[in-house]
Ligand binder design. Structure first.
Ligand code: NAD
Length: 484
């Protein structure tokens, strides 16, 4: 596959280049080879992206929701037809195995476009009857120009999770992918044009944090949706707040996965694998603090190690591979550093712990047990294939410990006791909870975090509130009674 895009940016319906920008090499994580080069957006590129988006949004917002939705549905259908090609590109961009990307990336983008395409015609206000025959009505109006800023773990999915609701609600979007994975969003931009989206409504600009910051700080931008780390979230939220801009913040996590003695062992082990090793552990909602009740601990660890031995580590383009490389050398080094901290602070390494020699940024799936709440690996987001196993005795204790975190993105509970499952979910402070499951993210359900893990929600009807603003209109039916 030719992974070099025609040009770095996609603005006003066409590729555009400006090699004055800082070069960004795109590296294939499985080999370390440079597979493409893009250039960071210059002020001129940013200006063009903003101007064309503002212009295009005027006509777009005056179309009916159904008309807008039809275009999103067409884009979804093209994405589904090209799933193979888009999945291969996603694998080049991120290193995630094709056995995942074929099912979790372009398909998730298509789901989202279908959902919001269908919803677009239903975005309405309400009628409010008042005294004396007077009444008010509300209009749900678009915000205008929205900026999406992406993380590197799900470049196709993130671009559409932001673009689909934004466009359905009548906004324009400028998307800045992560500098680590700049390729996939450009394909989405091409597909939107092919589907009939008017030029300028979905522009892609490349760059590092400074390009993101320039977009966030531009007074013509009305809303920012960021998927990224908490430190970046703090900066972006503060910058947006200074101009009273709306935000959606999808940030990091250190989520608890709680396994009770009565859980179905095989399902609990599957849940723990999905919660820690899918996408080589590079998922924000991962349940990386695995609290296991004493009675099931031995059996759980034994089965987990057995199952991990079945992981097929290798070339992510090979369909048999189930565990790929880390996204970058930098991310690999971050995780190796956490592994060293885990050992130094007294956690017991059950399996893994080493980088795999050879080309690419491969790391063994790693499990620590005897982890305590105070250890660094139990407190900080690692964002890699590192599972920390902690033990607990009872429900009250584990709830307190599970909630003792600044994050609040997700949580999971495995138990056969249905009442206990709901009691736990009621007590846990997290935006997304899983009962006897982990990491499902259907577009129909809201996704987002409590506390430091975020602000606002993506997906579902809840996202509409984050891409619109309400206008109230008061209508008087009789004469106006003034004091003089
Ligand atoms: P990051 O915070 O380093 O970067 C995210 C994006 O923000 C990048 O595009 C980057 O260029 C941009 N950026 C950096 N500084 C900026 C600034 N000052 N102004 C504007 N933009 C700026 O995150 P990452 O390393 O790319 O991704 C990993 C992080 O993302 C993890 O913390 C993970 O939990 C989080 N994440 C969250 C979700 C979610 O939905 N909650 C999903 C995926 C990843």
């Amino acid at each position: 596959m030719n992974t070099q895009p025609i040009a770095s940016h996609f603005i006003n319906g066409a590729y555009i280049e400006d090699i004055q920008g800082q070069p960004i090499d795109v590296i294939y994580p499985a080999t370390g080879d440079v597979i493409a080069r893009v250039y960071s957006a210059t002020p001129d590129i940013i200006q063009r992206a903003i101007e064309s988006a503002i212009q295009a949004q005027i006509a777009w917002s005056s179309m009916s929701g159904t008309e807008r939705g039809r275009i999103l549905l067409r884009a979804a259908s093209i994405i589904r037809q090209r799933n193979d090609e888009l999945s291969v590109l996603e694998t080049y961009d991120t290193g995630k195995p094709l056995s995942e990307t074929l099912y979790a990336d372009a398909t998730s983008a298509a789901d989202c476009l279908e959902y919001f395409g269908g919803l677009a015609g239903t975005i309405t206000g309400e009628h409010i009857p008042l005294a004396d025959g007077n009444w008010a009505y509300t209009r749900r109006e678009p915000l205008g120009l929205c900026v999406g800023i992406g993380a590197w773990n799900y470049p196709t999915q993130i671009s559409c999770w932001k673009a689909a609701p934004a466009l359905a609600c009548g906004n324009a979007m400028i998307f800045k992918p992560s500098e680590t994975t700049p390729l996939c969003a450009l394909k989405i931009a091409e597909i939107f044009i092919e589907a009939g989206l008017p030029a300028g409504l979905y522009n892609v600009v490349q760059g590092l944090g400074d390009v993101g910051a320039a977009l966030v700080n531009d007074p013509r931008v009305n809303k920012v949706s960021l998927t990224g780390s908490v430190p970046t979230g703090r900066k972006v939220y503060a910058a947006a707040a200074s101009q009273m801009k709306q935000v959606t913040m999808e940030l990091g996590g250190k989520s608890p996965l709680i396994i009770f003695d009565d859980a179905n062992l095989e399902n609990a082990v599957s849940g723990a694998i999905l919660a820690n090793f899918y996408s080589t552990g590079q998922i924000c909602s991962n349940g990386t603090r695995v609290f296991v009740q004493q009675g099931i601990l031995k059996a759980f660890l034994a089965r987990l190690v057995d199952r991990l031995d079945q992981a097929i580590v290798g070339d992510p383009q090979n369909l048999k591979t189930t565990f790929g490389p880390m996204v970058s050398k930098r991310q690999l080094d971050i995780v190796l550093n956490y592994i060293e901290k885990g050992k130094a602070e007294g956690a017991r390494l059950v399996t893994g712990g080493k980088a795999i020699s050879g080309p690419g940024y491969y790391l063994q799936p790693t499990i620590f047990c005897d982890v305590t709440d105070e250890m660094t690996i139990a407190k900080e987001e690692v964002f890699g294939p590192l599972m920390s196993v902690l033990t607990f005795d009872n429900e009250t204790e584990v709830i307190t410990r599970a909630n003792a975190t600044e994050f609040g993105l997700a949580a999971g509970v495995f138990t056969a006791d249905i009442s206990r499952a709901h009691r736990m979910v009621n007590a846990i402070k997290a935006g997304t909870c899983f009962i006897n499951s982990y990491n499902d993210a259907p577009v129909e359900a809201p996704f987002g975090g409590f506390n430091m893990s975020g602000v606002g929600r993506e997906n579902s009807k809840a996202a509409v509130a984050h891409y619109t603003q309400i206008k109230s209109v008061f209508v008087r039916m009789g004469d106006v009674d003034a004091p003089f």
